[in-house]
Design a protein around this ligand. Structure first.
Ligand code: COI
Length: 363
């Protein structure tokens, strides 16, 4: 290990999945529906701080029905992936960035920050016992889902005096059921993801709960993801239900919404900007009005649109749909800039290209 991690006491699962059972469960299941043999846990109390760090057999949580997470959504989470390289070794992508964002989210939700060494240590130790769950098939990985939850039974609205840290691992392939095929996006009608001073920047359950109805409407209109506009003017592009968005323009510039406090500051978003700028491309973080995006797609000034996120990686977007228009981006196929970028990123993540940015961490 390249970093110093805190020890988690390991209790091995007495009945882990057999090789055959694991192989069967890892084979092309919907995203995030299969879990490994263990999980990591730690407990925080006001008097003792973080303690009781363990790796345990995977199983249900025991929660008081009055726990604050169940009533008021006092929760934060992260998403990152462990990749299997051709030599069998396992690598994480920028886990320190996820650790930092986890704690920034925690502060917003009045939850106690988790020391970086515990965040990284829990991942290392979980991978120590569940290494076999890191798939070795192209385009697959072990998705890691750390979370903090308020566990104190209290129906009064105030921060929980006891908090649980839980880390799950789920072997995954592509987020969208059609793999890396271009997806379509629906412009949210009358719904917003986050307002000024709200929790948009925090990775917290409630943001995703609020996205589900508009996401359902996107699906009712035949689209894969909902596109949210800003809450104050209902005009500027913010992000999709669960990923950031970029537009590649004919003039060579690449636009993405600037972060304003209402957008999730994606680790993939940041990495994509760095990769593109490193290639000499002009990435502009700005306000992008939906009219500008619509007109650009219609006129061809916008040649490609893509989504990015840990789960989505880099996914081409081929259609922009709203009640009064249904536009095809470019020729409707995956764009060349988008697909080259996706390849650049995944080559680094899977160890096919040199990691000149220092992003990968071997575990
Ligand atoms: C991720 O990209 O990891 C997320 O947390 C987003 C969610 C749609 C899975």
């Amino acid at each position: 290990p390249e970093h110093h991690a805190t020890a988690f006491a390991v209790t091995r699962n007495p009945a882990p999945a057999s090789d055959a059972e694991r192989a069967r469960r890892m084979d092309s299941q919907p995203f995030g529906t299969v879990f490994s043999d263990h999980l990591a846990k730690a407990t925080w109390t006001a008097d003792r701080g973080w303690h009781d760090r363990r790796i345990e057999p995977f199983g249900d949580l025991v929660l008081h029905p009055g726990a604050t997470v169940l009533h008021y959504g006092q929760q934060v989470f992260e998403g990152l992936k462990a990749y299997r390289w051709a030599d069998g070794s396992i690598h994480l992508f920028r886990p320190e960035a996820n650790a930092a964002r986890f704690n920034a989210s925690a502060v917003r939700m009045a939850l106690p920050p988790l020391p970086e060494e515990d965040f990284l240590g829990s991942i290392e130790e979980l991978l120590g016992v569940d290494a076999a769950w890191v798939p070795d098939v192209e385009e697959t990985s072990l998705y890691l889902r750390p979370m903090l939850i308020g566990t104190e039974p209290c129906l009064g609205v105030r921060p929980s005096a006891t908090v649980g840290y839980v880390l799950l691992a789920s072997p995954v392939g592509a987020y969208f059921p059609n793999g890396v095929k271009p997806v379509s996006i629906w412009v949210a009608q009358g719904f917003h993801r986050a307002g000024a001073g709200g929790t948009g920047q925090a990775k917290t359950a409630g943001n995703y709960a609020a996205s589900m109805l508009p996401q359902q409407q996107a699906q009712d209109h035949g689209c894969d993801q909902v596109l949210f506009l800003d809450a104050s003017r209902d005009m500027y592009v913010e992000e999709l239900g669960g990923m950031n968005v970029f537009a590649v323009r004919r003039d060579g510039t690449i636009w993405t919404p600037r972060v304003t406090g209402t957008i999730l500051e994606g680790v993939t978003r940041d990495s994509v900007i760095e990769l593109l700028r490193g290639d000499g491309r002009d990435v502009i973080e700005r306000d992008i009005s939906i009219d500008e995006l619509r007109d650009g797609i219609a006129s061809g000034a916008v040649q490609e649109v893509f989504a990015c996120g840990t789960a989505a990686v880099v996914t081409p977007i081929a259609r922009l749909v709203a009640p009064s228009y249904d536009l095809v981006v470019g020729d409707g196929g995956p764009g060349t800039v988008t697909m080259a970028l996706r390849q650049r990123l995944t080559d680094i993540q899977y160890g096919h290209a040199e990691d000149t940015h220092g992003w990968m961490r071997r575990v």
